[in-house]
Write a protein that binds this ligand. Sequence first.
Ligand code: HSE
Length: 434
Amino acid sequence: MRAAPRLHWSIMKQHKIAIMGFGTVGGGTYDILTQNRDYIKRTQGMDVVVARILDRSDAPLVARGIDKSLFCGDVDALAADPEIELAVETMGGVEPAKTFITKMLRAGKSVVTANKELLAKHMHELAPIAEQNGCGLYFEASCVGGVPIIRALNESVQGDKIVSLYGIINGTTNYILSKMTDEGCDYATALAEAQALGFAEADPTSDVEGFDAAYKLSILGSMAFRTCVPYGSILREGITKVTAGDIANARELGYTVKLVAVGKRDGNNIEARVHPAFVPNDHPLAAVSGAFNAVYLRGDFVGDLMFYGAGAGAHPTGSAIVSDIVKALSGAAGYGGFAGDSLEKGISLVGDFVSGYYICVTVADKTGVLSKISNILGDNGVSIKAAVQRSSASGTATVVFLTHRAHEHSVMQALGSIAKLASVERIDSMLRVL
Ligand code: HSE
């Protein structure tokens, strides 16, 4: 049990911690710990001091005017330093972060990390090392930045079976899609602006191809469904093929296009997917714009919950890290790890899930084309909810279909047959409907 805050500063224990990786998030964490040091002392009863900063050089410390004596370039020396109680890992990527975290845990130092890729791929290896060495692994900052979603899943809805989790958990793609929606521009223009403003990386692959969201869904899904949702099993599609036409069609039909992460559990069946989708405008997630993130949970007893906030950035992510530092130094256990790196026996990941679909096709504007397409959809058990046709001067027509809920495999099969029709020029788009 956590001790009550102690108010006598003179006898308050000083906790010395290290930050490994002093980039944006490491720097944000340092800002909070130094600027709010007295506040944390007063309210949490602990004096947290950044005593070591590990990086390749002392340049990031110099750039921030931080005393160079805090610099440490040797991870083994850091692991051997008995004064350091805890290490924050804000390096990102799998290596050398995995090796460094392992060294800290083996030295009995708890670790607070923001590293979603590492956790999604190697949590099953790191959690037992933490346990064997009597320390904790804390990772609130790994998903959805400053939004306390890991804590909520771990500590607030333990009594509920989480039925579904829908999230907008990547700010870069949400910024790009919001820009396309608000300004009618195409993907390349929105990406270029996101890069110019620092919302997207120079190499945006991890964000725009859905990897980042899939790492987070693996972590959130595993926490929500209390079983490992392996990263490699998640259906993943990015936003690079979403067109200005798709966004305009969505608007016309009452939807907003978002990159969504979907997790569902029904008994022993789990769905886990990341893809762009038509989100109905009356769904709370449709209103989550710009670089903001949100997670919409449904528990079997609590009902619907929504968590919203900044999903990235030095200070929001630093805030989540500081909350974990306080938690760890208070003696509270780390978050539960994922048992194993694969689905438990008896649990299946459903590939043939059910969803609504938006399909956009360019066809020859001739008699009978629409009925051939409708027949193929019908033969595959896919029922049409709405259809809109727009003819062009060139003798082609664009046809947009919205379907009722149908099986993914049936829709894919139907699209394969539709593509083979002589009168079909191309299938422009297929997006799932939330
Ligand atoms: N690049 C991520 C995003 C933040 O755009 O949301 C870190 O996961």
